[in-house]
Write a protein that binds this ligand. Sequence first.
Ligand code: UDP
Length: 253
Amino acid sequence: MRRRRIHEGKAKVLFEGPQPGTLVQYFKDDATAFNNEKRGIIVGKGVLNNAISEYLMLRLAEIGVPTHFVRRLNMREQLIREVEIIPIEVVVRNVAAGSISKRLGLEEGSPLPRPIVEYYYKKDELGDPMVSEEHITAFGWASNLDLDDMVPLALRVNDFLSGLFLGVGLKLIDFKLEFGRLWEDEEMRIVVADEISPDSCRLWDTKTNEKMDKDRFRRDLGGVEEAYQEVARRLGVLPDSIPAEGGRPTLVK
Ligand code: UDP
């Protein structure tokens, strides 16, 4: 079946969904870092991120965090609600790493005094610059009311996922969320969109502090595929076999 391609991003493709108001989100093995300067393939990543993101979105829905997720369709695809993506990446940090370490001269791994929320404007040409609430509301990317929903949701997601990951021996160092506006009979709700996976989270092993996320790719640490598989295994969602990209999609029972 040929489906209309709505959007192709770095790690995912969005297709028209089977019903109005739905989309199919296809997870690729492509990996990029440093604003597209570094590109590669992480074999099996799409399958693993599809499974991991499904699991986390379902757990979030159970505690009342609304998400765009409907159900997984096959190894690489999930059905999602079509939302209007808010062009802001919301990053929540518990421990200093990555850009905050560089920007503020904080040693990687040093705990932050409290969870810190940051905003980045989604604009590839500009390398996703960090912005403040002032920029967001002045330029109309999101309203104060939107932010009043987004920030408490992001902090709830942080508390919940920190505990969930701790239960499987992983520290949630930081992560990125995207939000969308979901319209239902004239009513608008803000929901968690995109994906939650080792592409968008920093996860360190609690015992060894080993990095179990995309930093293994960003920093050429090796064992990238294995790290993604280990996260899936610990969450109990590692598939028996990981089909290569381009294979025939198999339906989920
Ligand atoms: N992140 C992401 N997409 C981005 C930028 C960051 O998913 O475009 C995630 C990243 O994986 C990390 C967190 O957001 O878990 C904070 O990233 P940081 O600002 O430290 O940037 P980076 O080190 O990735 O440049």
